[in-house]
Design a protein around this ligand. Structure first.
Ligand code: ATP
Ligand code: MG
Length: 183
């Protein structure tokens, strides 16, 4: 599965619909301080099911919604759409009906988050499971936040072990086992 596009609407500083095309190979995002580079990475993490406000640099989950500026009113919702190239049909069952997979997460003030996969309502947990392995996922070691390298160097052994487990790709297994135990 290859990510091909990220669309942000009302998410943090991206008030108007904005597309980030993710081409094959390397995509670089450059710009001055505060232009929204880290917000893009947070949008990617968020659409994959991130639910910790701290990981989104906010106090509450609604802080991802565009809060307004002196010239623009605040928005009532934030939406992120991740388009995935599934032409090799590697998505798990339930997500594998077409060559293109679109995962949408929308948060509305005082209502909360809702997810869709190719237009159909989906549970948060199913989206998190879709991305539960090391190569992707909101906790993936492939997503390195600003300041995270120094955190890793200063980490306690237990949290460093968790990072290594994620890198080894076994944390998805833990999550699935936990899910199986709940059933
Ligand atoms: P740096 O180069 O310093 O790391 P950056 O390009 O990573 O900067 P971000 O941290 O992604 O920048 O963007 C910060 C900007 O996003 C700030 O201007 C902040 O006001 C804005 N922002 C964050 N949350 C919201 C929100 N809910 N509504 C409106 N703007 C927001
Ligand atoms: Mg940044």
């Amino acid at each position: 599965m290859q990510f091909s596009k990220l669309r942000l609407t009302g998410f943090k500083s991206f008030v108007d619909p904005t597309d980030l095309i993710i081409a094959d190979g390397l995509t670089g995002v450059v710009g001055p301080n505060g232009c929204g580079k880290s917000n893009l990475l947070e949008a990617l993490r968020w659409v994959m099911g991130e639910n910790r406000p701290t990981a989104m640099r906010g106090g509450g989950m609604e802080d991802v919604i565009f809060a307004g500026t002196s010239s623009r009113n605040a928005k009532n919702f934030a939406e992120v759409c991740l388009t995935i190239d599934n032409s090799e049909r590697l998505a798990p069952s339930g997500f594998n009906e077409s060559d293109q997979l679109e995962i949408v997460r929308r948060i509305t003030r005082d209502v909360g988050s809702a997810y869709k996969a190719n237009g159909k309502d989906t549970r948060a947990r199913d989206v998190q499971m879709l991305f539960a392995d090391a190569s992707t996922g909101s906790h993936s070691p492939a997503l390195v936040r600003q300041g995270q390298i120094s955190e890793l160097i200063n980490a306690k052994p237990k949290s460093r072990r968790r990072i290594l487990e994620e890198a080894a790709g076994i944390s998805g297994l833990y999550q699935r086992r936990h899910e199986a135990e709940l059933k």
